[in-house]
Design a protein around this ligand. Structure first.
Ligand SMILES: NC(=O)C1=CN([C@@H]2O[C@H](COP(=O)(O)OP(=O)(O)OC[C@H]3O[C@@H](n4cnc5c(N)ncnc54)[C@H](OP(=O)(O)O)[C@@H]3O)[C@@H](O)[C@H]2O)C=CC1
Ligand SMILES: CC(C)(CO)C(=O)C(=O)O
Length: 356
């Protein structure tokens, strides 16, 4: 299949190598064109680590070129780019061409659904709770893949396209997908924001001083307990809606191939196995700039909607906004465009299943 990936960061590069290795034809689109300059001259894309491959990729000259030449579109960049990329892609999307969002956050699928409804275009929007893989770009033509996940939560908007979306993911990326009960379940399954709150807040000075520090190794027992307490807030909201989501312990065990234990024990084990990764070396990191506005804020909204206040999530937003000297909530450009603030829990659940 021709798969056009909107984005040209670590995840986009990893997906492109995975797809090319599986016999598909990936195209990459870099919004600024900067990252794909070398690939556009015909250089090959190289993956090391959990994927070892050197593959050709097509580089789109613009978003229209990417979307118009695709059997499937994948959005794979941080949430602060979602609105911009959806605005660029929506005019070119046509009936039946599925769009996968990896990873989904902040009800972005509803934003895309709204744009498509305005154009009367119908297509499945497939949302993943996280990424197929983890990794870091090593340069303009190289990605190091730390892990390819064993399990990945998936849902489709509208919900009646769930089987189609699931079948597509399986055909492209293998038998690793777990069908979840609608987009709301996925909205409550992106664990990066809560995990990064624990990791970044409690290691902020390391980030600010650009130290080299082990991310997994610094999930000490105290950090692990904080992450587990954040998880309890998220699980209470999921329970209110009666939807099944994985726990943070299951997430670490299944993503990083370590035996179940406390969050700290599993991170220490990841570190011992060389899968712990390194923490950010700047406070201008997506761990904050993406995850606070597009991750913690939607969870706080869901907490309010369901009467299960996400107090620690809210505190994280307040503390980090004070540390950054500005209101990080204001960076979320998706929620204001949706106007879902005042919806009841039932109406929000319905909208999440059906889309606009
Ligand atoms: N990397 C990982 O291991 C993991 C990543 N994730 C999630 O996956 C998603 C992708 O992550 P990753 O690939 O690492 O991110 P990157 O930071 O590597 O993504 C870079 C891409 O995002 C584009 N981009 C950045 N800012 C904007 C913006 N404001 N508007 C439009 N485009 C923008 C860049 O554009 P340009 O090409 O023009 O420079 C580039 O194409 C994120 O949501 C992340 O949280 C989740 C778990 C693990
Ligand atoms: C290191 C990793 C992949 C662990 O989930 C991570 O936190 C991220 O890059 O978002």
């Amino acid at each position: 299949m021709r798969v056009s990936i909107l984005g040209a960061g670590a995840i986009a590069y990893g997906l492109a190598t995975y797809l090319a290795e599986s016999g598909h034809s990936p195209t990459l689109w870099s919004p600024s064109g900067q990252r794909t300059r070398a690939l556009a001259t015909g250089e090959l894309l190289k993956a090391t680590g959990d994927i070892e491959a050197t593959v050709p990729v097509r580089i789109a000259k613009d978003c229209k070129d990417a979307v118009a030449n695709a059997d499937v579109v994948v959005i794979a960049l941080p949430a602060y780019g979602h609105k911009m990329v959806m605005d660029a892609a929506a005019p070119h999307l046509i009936d039946g061409i599925p769009v996968i969002i990896s990873s989904h956050s902040s009800f972005a699928a509803l934003y895309l659904s709204k744009l498509l409804a305005e154009r009367k275009v119908r297509l499945p929007i497939v949302v993943w709770g996280t990424t197929l893989l983890t990794g870091r770009q090593q340069g303009p033509t190289e990605i190091h893949v730390t892990t390819v996940r064993q399990r990945l939560d998936v849902a489709t908007v509208p919900f009646r396209s769930q089987e189609e979306g699931y079948g597509l993911c399986k055909a492209l990326f293998g038998d690793r997908f777990v069908k979840r009960d609608g987009m709301l379940a996925i909205a409550l399954s992106n664990l990066n924001p809560q995990n990064h709150l624990g990791i970044a807040l409690l290691n902020l000075t390391r980030m600010e001083k650009a130290e080299r520090w082990s991310q997994g190794g610094n999930v000490t027992p105290a950090v692990g307990r904080f992450i587990e307490a954040l998880d309890a807030e998220r699980l209470a909201i999921a329970a209110h809606f009666g939807i099944a989501v994985r726990t943070v312990k299951e997430h670490f065990s299944l993503s990083f191939h370590v035996p179940m234990g406390t969050v700290s024990e599993m991170n220490q084990e990841m570190d011992r196995q060389g899968r712990g990764g390194f923490g950010p070396t700047t406070i201008e990191s997506r761990y904050i700039l993406e995850d606070v506005p597009f991750g913690l804020l939607p969870t706080v909204l869901l907490g309010k909607t369901t009467g299960n206040p996400a107090t620690l999530h809210q505190s994280g937003i307040s503390i980090l906004s004070a540390a950054y000297g500005r209101d990080l909530k204001a960076d979320n450009d998706i929620l204001p465009a949706l106007g879902i603030d005042g919806l009841s829990d039932v109406d929000l659940a319905d909208l999440s299943r059906e889309g606009f």
